[in-house]
Design a protein around this ligand. Sequence first.
Ligand SMILES: *Cc1c(COP(=O)(O)O)cnc(C)c1O
Length: 378
Amino acid sequence: MQFATKAIRAGQAPEPATGAVIVPIHPSVTYAFKEIGRPAAFEYSRSANPTRTALETCLAALEGAAHGLAFGSGMAAIDAVLSILRPGDHVVAASQIYGGTHRLFETIYRPRGIGITYVDGDEADGFAQALRPTTRLVWVESPTNPLLQLVDIADVAAVTRPRAIPLVVDNTFPSPYFQQPLDLGADVVVHSTTKYIGGHSDVLGGAVLTGDANLHAAFQFYQNAAGAVLGPFDSWLTLRGVKTLAVRMRQHEANARAVAEFLAAHSRVRRTIYPGLASHPRHELARRQRTGYGAIVTFELDGGREAANEFVRRLRLFVFAESLGGVESLACHPATMSHASLTDAQRREAGITEGTIRLSVGIEDEGDLIADLTQALN
Ligand SMILES: *Cc1c(COP(=O)(O)O)cnc(C)c1O
């Protein structure tokens, strides 16, 4: 089955008892045993739930993974992966990662005795040099938020594979439609399904997908033990969202390309960052590593914070809000929103200025989007 078919059919066969074409929502928390020691296919919903299993099967198929688990949020999924760490273990992470992941590393895991080294994601050599005998995970995200830095996943996998260190890729931004990390040599993929997979900004969730049975067993043990599962209603809503992932991503990208080209040519815009533009420093890598460039476009306005504020106040169609990946177009100001917890120096170092705006380009009419940006910039 090809991607668009899997999104609609994997894990979603008609229900045998009633013939229902759509996977039912199974709210039951408990399932009848046949006799002592003989449970039915399910026992208790924290351990497994049929609606969640359908979603997990579908997401695993979309990432080319043998195993999938769905969690109550992207952060719960990330925490489940980190749960394999023990005091004394070490992680090498790209320096540009989701702020919540950085917070989890620094405020929860480091105080528990986990060492973390951050390296520039641009350099596979940097990952090799940062490894220690105790390194238990390597963590990357590509592209990064909000500056869309790309990590060469195959190059990093060439460092981690021979040493049998699991390489984890947060694949939320490209979605499995545009990037398949397991094919590139990664061992584990995590998602905030809140973004493109759910796709409608109406359900929070996360997922962990892997082909490694031992890692999966460890994540599953932790999921059942700690309990941050995705509920049956939210599993169903996510499943409903993922069915249209392929068509949504195609339209997202077509719109994003038009927006990026418009911004790149605009006199008030100092620079436009989009992996699909030839001006992106890793455009060649994006072409090689991905099947599309995605729908996040970041740009920098002349005039700093005042200009940025004027721009967001004038927007009529783009909504000025956090998050990304929904059908509606959003604009965010990273310096005061997603990256507000960084110090000024950290933001400068990361290249996030007061004039930086990140767009999550939705699937509305392209002309309407360009018209909104045109009036907001004038
Ligand atoms: C949003 C996001 C997360 C966190 O997911 P939640 O569903 O908000 O918990 C993790 N990684 C990336 C790249 C994200 O964009």
